[in-house]
Design a protein around this ligand. Structure first.
Ligand code: GLU
Length: 492
């Protein structure tokens, strides 16, 4: 019987969720769901100096926003961090006793040793190696200190770390689901520190112990960990544990094919949320950065991703994060929103732009839904909404192109006709607005481009834009008339 798939996302709580991290979490999640397995969230906080208050909450919240459900590990309940599952704790700083047990085992079996080298000595060593053009690495000075002597030095109060005793000059081969067989010689690695002088384990020790004890079957993570894998394998061997399946994912790159980094702009999931990318849009696009389906389908929801995903179609080389493509994908998902959902999502943007408060929108909700319908198909991001609806709230300002349109000799007739047909009307219903331009055509004798272009520019100041009948309805009789007056005034 094959065992149940168990995967984990294991971020360090350093402040925000990078979109590369979200993609790693997503691939783990897709695989877990597809295989009927479990998705675990473990927090790797052994580097206490990098800990950021609130980072854990932020991580979980962003994963949940993206639609990634945590089966086991760290999660949120009523806004508070909580842990679920019977293989916890899932926060590494709460597992120190567990690591100690395995470190003792490694020391006893001779796979680890105490090291007393001072920072000064290590710095000097590194300098000398650099001058000689060598790769800086620990020279193994403390490798052969007898255990008894080491323990005496510790009892006497000397500072120490515990290092992994790597085999010398051994080819370590492992299989990676994306890259195939990989061989790295042990001499390319260092005698890795497993326990730091503050008594905390390093990532390398903790990750192996936790993945084993938490029953992780597939380690799906960024390729920056590929070169560490031999050290991890040595640890698995030393502890007598089965080796999980490795899946190293290519990086997420910027358009210059460099690692996407904070210095060049948006990288955190929150940045993208703020711009008004939908969770569905971001998840859909991220899935395609570094993976491709075996069809040319590009629009996916979570369920269809779960169905289509496979490691053997993950790329070996980094995927470029293309914002234009992201916009295009996101636009699809915005088009798929119900008007009600779009309207709800738009409210914070409207409020922030100072255009409309929630209560005001709610007071004319049906009309507000028409406004949403009017702009929906032209949106790539929710942050564009205020700009798209500004025609309704702000008096039109005319650019050069708009002014040229207004030079159309039909304009005076159109203005006159609009006034005339509006005169007997009370307030415009959507249906009446729909029939209005036909009447204006009859009345003015202008049609086609000569009718619609000047009318649109006169009313909105924009040369292109949404359906004119919707604009008429949304503006309403009074605003239409006052804008006509305004145009006449401007053209005098
Ligand atoms: N804590 C590591 C990180 O933040 C996780 C590496 C791993 O998945 O093994 O990248």
């Amino acid at each position: 019987m094959t065992s149940q798939v168990r995967v984990r996302f294991a971020p360090s709580p350093t402040g925000y969720l990078h979109i590369g991290g979200l993609r790693t979490a997503l691939y783990n999640y897709l695989y877990a769901r597809q295989q009927g397995g479990k998705f675990i969230l473990r927090i790797e906080d052994t580097d206490q100096s990098r800990f950021v208050e609130g980072a854990m909450e932020n991580l979980v919240e962003n994963l949940e926003w993206a639609g990634i459900e945590i089966d086991e590990g760290v999660t949120l309940k009523d806004g508070q961090i909580t842990q679920v599952g019977d293989r916890g704790p899932y926060i590494q700083s709460q597992r120190l006793d567990i690591y100690k047990k395995y470190v003792d085992q490694l020391l006893d079996s001779g796979h680890a040793y105490y090291c007393f080298c001072s920072k000064d000595r290590l710095d000097k060593l590194r300098e000398e190696q650099k001058i000689k053009g060598q790769v800086p690495r620990y020279d193994g000075l403390c490798r052969n200190i007898p255990r008894e002597e080491a323990e005496k030095r510790i009892a006497a109060g000397e500072d120490y770390v515990i290092r992994l005793k790597l085999p010398i000059d051994e080819d370590i081969t492992f299989h990676d689901e994306v890259r195939g067989d990989i061989t790295i010689n042990s001499n390319e690695s260092d005698d890795q520190v497993l326990v730091k002088s503050d008594g905390f384990p390093t990532y390398h020790l903790a990750v192996v112990v936790d993945d084993h004890l938490m029953g992780v079957t597939h380690i799906v993570r960024g390729e920056e960990w590929l070169s560490s894998t031999p050290k991890h394998l040595i640890l698995y061997r030393a502890l007598g544990w089965d080796i999980p399946t490795y899946v190293h994912l290519p990086g997420v790159l910027n358009e210059d094919h460099k690692k996407l980094s904070k210095r060049q702009g948006d990288v955190s999931v929150e940045d993208f949320r703020g711009h008004g990318y939908l969770a569905k849009g971001l998840v859909n696009y991220l899935a395609l950065v570094g993976w491709s389906p075996d069809s040319n389908q590009e629009i996916f929801d979570m369920d269809s991703l779960i169905e289509a995903f496979s490691f053997d179609r993950v790329a070996k080389t980094g995927g470029v994060f293309d914002k234009k493509k992201l916009d295009w994908v996101n636009a699809h998902h915005i088009k798929d929103l119900s008007l009600e959902d779009l309207a709800q999502l738009s409210l914070p943007y409207m409020e922030e732009a100072g255009l409309l408060k929630e209560e005001e929108a709610k007071a004319h909700w049906d009309k507000y839904l028409v406004l949403m319908k009017t702009i929906q198909d032209g949106l790539s991001r929710l942050e564009e909404i205020p700009g798209q609806v500004a025609f309704l709230f702000e008096e039109p300002s005319l650019d050069k192109e708009a002014k040229e349109v207004l030079e159309n000799p039909c304009l005076p007739q159109i203005i006159e006709a609009l006034r005339k047909v509006l005169e007997p009307m009370e307030e415009l219903s959507l249906e009446e607005a729909g029939g209005l331009m036909k009447k204006v055509q009859k009345e003015s004798g202008c049609k086609g481009k000569n009718l619609y272009m000047p009318a649109r520019v006169a009313l909105t100041g924009q040369v292109h834009g949404p359906e004119l009948s919707n604009i008429l309805y949304l503006l309403g009789k009074d605003k239409i008339l006052s804008r006509l007056d305004q145009v006449e005034e401007n053209l005098k």
